[in-house]
Design a protein around this ligand. Structure first.
Ligand code: SAH
Length: 346
């Protein structure tokens, strides 16, 4: 009978050190292997050239390295790159590299598919198949960092958890991945350059506030009126705006961090003055920024981008009320890499 080998990257550094001690080797060997696994992103044990052949084959007998593989890379005419990433069990997720003049941003996935049912999002149609492990999230970032160096001659500068999945429904693994990304033993990136985006899970937002996490938070709001929000994001019935708002107030009281809202304006859904006024009322308790994102059509036209006049109305009203607004053009639309388009199409 074949014994199922353990994913070596599920071990902490301490556990790895202990493993070597138990084998009658030095704890220090654990540090060396750990560095290969995380800092040097080794795909197999044979790459670990300062480890003896015998030790490498002993590791081979006991463990696997479940490294991701970039199966397919697509490049958009605007420079955006989309990776189709194959996981050890054959499932696929997507991640995106978004270059601008001054930054390279990685948009990474946290789950295979998504359990939320946002009616305007292509990922929702895949349903949730499983959570990603911390190393699978970390590997996506490393792959994009490598591509950024290769194609743009600079390291990755920012990370957004805006790919497939709801990061706060896989919170522990996302947190572990961020710890590794920000640790000097991983990529050593500043947590200030990381944003976790959520549809809003109040309990976890409060937990993040209690843990005083250093990364930023973005909330996909799209409507500040319960009936409307529930009709496009059914998940809002379970976690209504009142609870979300209360959690965000708590978050702000603890972190003093500005809150970013993601917002799409759709024709006939939220393109009214009443909708903007509700948004202003919702976010005025803390310094806020609203990113108005362009709608990326995914279907038969049930949802349509609102007129530029409606977007201007949002912009004016928000600015008048002291709320920062940005209006975002989509990136990577031609390769289905824009917000809400990730659905493993190819
Ligand atoms: N589940 C998390 C992470 C996904 S982020 C969240 O909801 O925040 C993806 C972002 O793109 C979210 O703000 C989502 O609401 C938005 N989005 C989804 N479908 C879209 C579409 N078709 N066009 C534009 N934005 C979309």
């Amino acid at each position: 009978m074949e014994i199922k080998k353990k994913d070596i990257r599920a071990l902490t550094k301490e556990q790895l050190r202990q493993f070597f001690v138990d084998q009658g080797d030095k704890a220090f060997r654990g540090n060396q292997v750990y560095e290969w696994l995380w800092q040097k992103s080794a795909h197999d044990f044979d790459a670990m050239t300062n480890i003896s052949k015998e030790t490498r084959s002993m590791l081979e007998d006991n463990f696997v390295i479940n490294h991701i593989r970039v199966d397919q890379m697509q490049r958009s005419s605007d420079g955006t790159i989309k990776n189709a990433v194959r996981l050890h069990d054959g499932l696929i997720v997507e991640s995106v590299l978004i270059p601008t003049e001054t930054r390279t941003t990685a948009c990474v996935s946290s789950q295979v598919g998504c359990s939320l049912d946002c009616r305007f999002c292509a990922t929702a149609r895949l349903k949730r198949m499983r959570n990603l492990n911390p190393d699978e999230i970390y590997d996506q970032v490393v792959a994009i960092d490598n591509e950024s160096r290769l194609y743009f001659d600079r390291p990755l500068s920012n990370i957004v958890f805006m790919g497939m999945g709801e990061p706060l429904m896989n919170y522990n693994n996302v947190l572990k991945a961020i710890e590794k990304i920000t640790s000097p033993e991983g990529l050593g990136m500043s947590p200030k350059r990381i944003i976790v985006s959520t549809s809003g899970v109040p309990k976890i937002i409060k937990k993040m506030a209690d843990e005083e996490v250093k990364f930023g938070l973005a909330v996909s709001l799209h409507s500040a009126i319960d009936e409307v929000r529930t009709s496009i994001m059914p998940f809002n019935a379970t976690f209504p705006l009142k609870d979300l708002r209360e959690a965000l107030e708590y978050w702000y009281s603890k972190t003093k961090n500005r809150i970013t809202y993601e917002y799409v304006v759709w024709k006939g859904i939220n393109d009214t003055q009443e909708a903007v006024d509700a948004l202003v009322k919702f976010c005025k308790f803390a310094p806020s920024k609203v990113n108005i994102i362009e709608y990326n059509p995914i279907d038969d036209g049930e949802f349509q981008q609102a007129s530029s006049k409606a977007v201007e109305m949002y912009q004016n009203t928000l600015e008048r009320n002291g709320i920062t607004v940005t209006v975002r053009r989509s990136r990577g639309k031609d390769i289905d890499a824009a917000c809400g388009q990730l659905a493993n199409k190819s």
